[in-house]
Design a protein around this ligand. Structure first.
Ligand SMILES: Nc1ncnc2c1ncn2[C@@H]1O[C@H](COP(=O)(O)OP(=O)(O)OP(=O)(O)O)[C@@H](O)[C@H]1O
Length: 670
């Protein structure tokens, strides 16, 4: 039962302010947890630090005014020592202060002057006010004291009616306090250990519910009847044998997983993560081929047009000796060409279509869509899943990502998907020799670059900016490309590609680079994902400190993608030790998983997973990295709960709630 805030007799004005914080019900108030706590505990006196002490007032406070500003000064006895206390703009306290009373002082201590510049003076002894006070995130108009009052009312309102949502056997196993106690303690803690035990329960509860939701979706999907596709093992093996290389062990394993998924009754919903250059494209190709042999159309969606074109070209090459009909749908086709593609898709004449999001517009109708592959770095949002659902009856779904995250974390976060990982690199692949070069000039590496170009290789030069910017300092691609073009005039061609160019211009330059008509490609990070030019094995990155580590790893993954030795120079003025350390880390580490783990530690999940990504869940109280072990434990517990304790009353109740939520949010796609 939900009760509106009115029942707490809060006035309308304040209710409006609470509504602005998205708090509408009594329950909302209780679930608005403090974001930090303030502790009133005595501290020792250390010079120039914040101190909290108790003392006895030994003289009449004096007040000085300067305009409207005031200064209150008095002395206290602190363990036999006299300290001078100054407090600004609180002159009104004087009337309630009398010699001999106990005071609590919070402020900054100055050893030489034996004085404290106070930020707060409480007219009570420390014992009376010591303890721990919650601090809430609030909007203007509401004070901490107001809010604390409302929460207290809300807690009293529900007292005795707050039931546990976590089953008893789990509470006992982890010695969790019960829900009511946790909620009281999180808002009204007496001690630090109250906060700890409250947070233990609440974090566990939050993650457990999340994991139950994930498992529930997964189980329901499993029960969902997809199309069991006929897998032509013989033809598929022939195709694999004709590839110009042998599949790595991990590639083969992922292919096997996918073939099982395709042939099974359940819909495939698989997440494949592989390090840069680990060979995900060929895995996609084999999956599309298997799907084609079973009589279905396949769609491959790329995040950008450059990549769509590249995938199209790679697939075209791989399917050269087959009868597969592949088409590319891009924004640049004429209306006539587009219409032709729409028609052929609908008639089933196109077997595999490659493109960007355009593949899922309303106009695009498929004849018999069986498999969708997307290589976006994040997972499909609900909207896209819905669009997809409309395109085919029962479509298998594969997501590929080149941002590796630790496997266990992937499983926890993408618990509703099956996760496969490609870790092994193709045979003969050499580590990219990575060098951190201090400075912003190419000079120290010019000789290496010239030698390398003379040997027939091609080079990428990456800059953080497109053109000169007043706001941000950094080398810009336009100027660098001009300078390099004039330096190499008559010897080598220099090209420029950046995000502000239109797709056609970008494609032209990329094609010229692929065909070795351009030897030096100056670019921004548009080449970050997916670009595959095997003759280009040297990369120079300007202002490397401006990029995230995972991003640098992605960029460097453009070189050394064949048996050739790759080189990556990280030019940076990195002054502070943290920046230097990060770049040096890349010199010595080549495994994307290690890089992302390190990146996670120092930069947090936002940078790695992308702050705004639709699919990454956010939590109110749990922190997926700091509380990772709880996330992990709850995954196992949720699995067990659904499989071994489905009769538990609390589990059943939670499932009803989950189902309602999923339906309400329209997130339940079958
Ligand atoms: N088993 C293999 N043996 C040798 N070379 C391979 C193998 N698999 C793929 N390759 C080659 O490795 C290169 C990189 O493969 P691919 O483009 O599929 O990588 P990717 O995983 O998609 O990388 P990125 O995330 O950088 O796009 C390609 O040139 C491809 O032909």
């Amino acid at each position: 039962m939900e009760y509106e805030l009115k029942v707490l007799k809060i006035n309308d004005n304040k209710i409006k302010q609470l509504n602005e914080l998205s708090l509408y019900t009594v329950k909302d108030l209780i679930l608005h947890y403090p974001y930090r706590y303030e502790e009133m505990l005595e501290t020792p006196l250390h010079d120039e630090t914040k101190v909290i002490i108790e003392g006895k007032l030994i003289d009449e406070p004096k007040v000085f005014f300067k305009g409207r500003l005031s200064r209150l000064t008095f002395h206290i006895d602190y363990h036999g020592e006299t300290l001078t206390i100054t407090l600004f703009n609180r002159h009104f306290l004087k009337k309630n202060m009398h010699v001999g009373m106990k005071l609590t002082i919070v402020g900054k201590y100055n050893e030489a002057r034996k004085s404290i510049t106070a930020s707060e003076v409480k007219l009570k002894g420390l014992e009376e006010i010591s303890g721990i006070t919650p601090v809430y995130s609030l909007k203007e108009g509401l004070t901490q004291k107001n809010f604390q009052g409302y929460v207290n009312k809300a807690l009293s309102f529900y007292k005795g009616h707050i039931g546990n949502s976590i089953p008893d056997y789990l509470c006992q196993k982890y010695h969790l306090v019960d829900r009511q106690e946790a909620l009281f303690k999180v808002h009204q803690p007496q001690t630090r250990s109250d906060v700890i035990s409250a947070l233990r329960y609440l974090k566990y509860e939050e993650f457990f519910k999340f994991q139950m939701t994930m498992q529930y979706i997964k189980q329901n999907r499993t029960q969902n009847i997809g199309i069991s596709k006929l897998i032509d093992k013989e033809q598929i093996n022939k195709f694999i044998q004709k590839l110009p290389f042998q599949l790595t062990e991990d590639q083969q394993k992922v292919v096997d997983d996918i073939l099982i998924d395709l042939s099974s009754q359940k819909l495939m919903y698989r997440f494949v993560q592989g390090d840069v250059g680990s060979g995900k494209t060929v895995v996609a190709a084999i999956s599309l081929y298997a799907n084609y042999l079973a009589g279905y159309q396949g769609a491959m969606m790329a995040p950008t047009e450059i990549l769509a074109l590249q995938h199209y070209q790679s697939l075209k090459k791989l399917f050269k000796k087959t009868k597969v009909n592949i088409a590319l749908l891009t924004g640049h086709l004429s209306l006539k060409e587009k219409n032709e593609i729409y028609q052929q898709l609908e008639q089933g004449k196109i077997d595999i279509i490659v493109g960007t999001h355009a593949l899922f517009q309303d106009k695009v109708q498929y004849n018999q869509l069986g498999l969708v592959i997307t290589d976006e770095q994040h997972r499909f949002g609900v909207e896209q899943r819905k669009a997809l659902k409309n395109k085919g009856n029962k479509v298998d779904f594969l997501v590929m990502t080149a941002t590796p995250i630790p496997r266990t974390l992937a499983i926890s976060l993408y618990g509703d998907m099956d996760v496969s990982t490609i870790k092994t690199m193709p045979n003969g692949r050499k580590k990219v020799i990575t060098r951190f070069v201090k400075g912003i000039s190419m000079k120290p590496i010019l000789k290496d670059l010239k030698d390398y170009l003379a040997s027939g290789g091609q080079c990428y030069v990456v800059c953080p900016l497109v053109s000169e910017s007043e706001a941000i300092e950094g080398r810009n691609a336009s100027d660098i490309s001009k300078a390099m073009a004039s330096y190499f005039k008559g010897q080598y061609e220099v090209g420029l590609v950046h995000g502000q160019m239109n797709d056609e211009e970008k494609n032209q330059v990329m094609d010229a680079f692929k065909e070795n008509k351009i030897q030096v490609l100056v670019s921004t990070t548009v080449i970050e994902v997916g670009v595959d030019v095997s003759n280009a094995n040297m990369m120079v990155i300007y202002n490397a400190e401006r990029f995230g580590l995972s991003q640098l790893h992605q960029l460097r993954g453009r070189v050394g993608r064949s048996k050739e030795q790759g080189y990556c120079y990280l030019l940076s003025q990195a002054n502070n030790s943290e920046q230097k350390e990060r770049l040096e880390f890349l010199e010595n580490h080549h495994d994307g998983f290690e890089v992302s783990e390190y990146d996670l530690k120092i930069r947090g999940p936002g940078d790695l997973l992308g702050q705004k990504q639709s699919g990454v869940p956010t939590f109110m109280i749990g922190d997926i990295f700091k509380d990772y072990h709880i996330l992990e434990i709850t995954r196992k517990d949720a699995y067990e709960a659904l499989n071994q304790h489905q009769d538990d009353e609390k589990i059943q109740k939670m499932l009803v709630e989950i189902k309602n939520n999923l339906t309400k949010n329209n997130a339940y796609i079958d």
